[in-house]
Design a protein around this ligand. Sequence first.
Ligand code: FES
Length: 101
Amino acid sequence: MPFITVQPSGNRFEAATGSSLLAALLAAGEPIPHKCEGKAQCGSCHVFVHEGRKSISKIGAAENERLDTIVGVGSKSRLACQSILGAEDVTVELLGFGSGL
Ligand code: FES
């Protein structure tokens, strides 16, 4: 069961291995946008994963395509809805960039 640390709020909570990062953040009350409800279509759930990236599921084709359309994407970028948590703790930064569309 990984612990998730959220920036900039500093919130820290335990999440379930196998759940999406988006679901974990929403369950913890974090205000992360998710306009397409987790279908990798809107890009509004874009976050930076600062720690624990290797334990999260790899970037798939749909996520890659969507990330290509978002302004401000970097090497730590992930779509929270497509990021399935592994066993390691994760530090994630909420960005509030909007959809980029
Ligand atoms: S919720 Fe739309 S891309 Fe993640």
